[in-house]
Design a protein around this ligand. Structure first.
Ligand code: ATP
Length: 331
């Protein structure tokens, strides 16, 4: 028995990617499709997330349909933010689509919104669903990290490395904006890895006075300074933060760089491909074992299942610890 009370084994599962795309989603799709076939299940891909269930965009996937995608960013199933799936009527149409195709289980790859939708759908229609982490934000409970986060952070770090080369040649103060509307995980990890002087994240109110203090110290002995700003920081994005402080630091030329969507693209790293492969196998085998309404994550190196309701509460804040490390290392 699983957490929804269903004990029916699955025979034909669907897989979809939903919400913002993340590098490694393709590796997860491949793992789901191949694991399903390995265990004698039929598997179909649903296009454009939950929207594909509403519009009946479903196609059978065979083992060779997922050849040559493990290394590609984005998602071959495409992703979407489906408004219709948010309504009772939309989800009822989605259930009819599942029935028409004989789908009796789902693997959904996405972020917290995706799992909220899955949880509601299961409670209304009893469909067993297992989730796989697919978000660059690393903002989910029940897992230490998410598929796409490592790649996105590496991309941001490489770009900041390049900015450092030019910044240190010209006594420049750079404000670099990275993705993260509600979470500063990319900003914090990339900040430490690229040796930034200061990081501003939505989870922690530090404010302009603390930034000015750090910049005043750096101005005495550093040829370049890099401040990483998560896009959702309450002081505003990188342009706004730069505007608030630049007059006080005329010694430096001030520049702003918004990294934007390059952080979502690119070939997934080894860590993301491995996590995606492990998650795909675990998700299908979880469905076969009667699991439902749960997401598979990685905790201390092991694959673990957690209920969607816990997952959507978000990750435990780790930023305080990392802030301290950054403060020590950026003197
Ligand atoms: P990311 O972290 O990359 O933003 P996400 O999964 O959180 O990914 P969302 O756009 O929040 O992205 O959610 C994906 C989809 O899940 C939505 O477009 C919608 O179809 C569905 N969804 C989200 N919340 C709900 C809800 N409360 N009820 C029904 N469906 C929902």
């Amino acid at each position: 028995m699983n957490s929804t009370g269903s004990s029916a084994p699955v025979s034909h599962i669907g897989v979809l990617t939903s919400g913002g795309d993340a590098p490694g989603m393709n590796a997860a799709i491949r793992a789901v499709v191949r694991t399903a076939h390995y265990h004698g299940l039929m598997v179909s891909g649903i296009l454009e997330g939950y929207e594909g269930l509403v519009t009946d965009s479903v196609k059978k996937l065979h083992v060779r349909d997922v050849s040559n995608i493990i290394q590609r960013g984005g998602t071959v199933l495409r992703s979407a933010r489906s408004e219709s799936f948010r309504s009772v009527e939309g989800r009822s149409i989605a259930k009819q689509t599942l029935d028409r195709h004989g789908l009796d289980g789902l693997v959904v790859i996405g972020g917290d919104g995706t799992f909220r939708g899955a949880s509601i759908f299961t409670s209304e229609h009893g469909v067993p669903i297992v989730g796989i982490t697919g978000t660059i934000d690393n903002d989910l409970g029940g897992t230490d990290t998410t598929i796409g986060f490592d790649t996105a952070t590496n991309t941001a770090m490489e770009l900041v490395d390049r900015i450092r080369d030019t910044a240190s040649s010209h006594d420049r103060l750079f404000f670099v904006e990275v993705m993260g509307r509600t979470t500063g995980a990319i900003a914090m990890h990339c900040g430490i890895a690229a040796g930034a002087e200061f990081v501003m994240v939505p989870e922690k109110k530090q404010g302009i006075p603390e930034l000015i203090h750090v910049l005043e110290r750096a101005a005495k002995n550093k040829s370049s300074v890099i401040v990483i700003v998560a896009e959702g920081d309450e002081e505003g994005g990188a342009y706004e933060v730069a505007r608030k402080v630049k007059e006080r630091f005329e010694h430096y030329e001030t520049r702003v760089s918004v990294l934007g969507h390059v952080q979502r693209g690119g070939n997934p790293t080894v860590a993301d491909r491995l996590l995606a492969s492990r998650s795909g196998v675990a998700a299908v085998e979880g469905l076969l074992a009667g699991r439902a309404n749960e997401m598979v994550g990685i905790v201390n190196g092991k694959m673990v299942f957690s209920p969607f309701e816990l997952v959507v509460q978000g990750a435990k804040p780790k930023e305080e610890d990392l802030m301290r490390i950054l403060r020590i290392l950026s003197i």
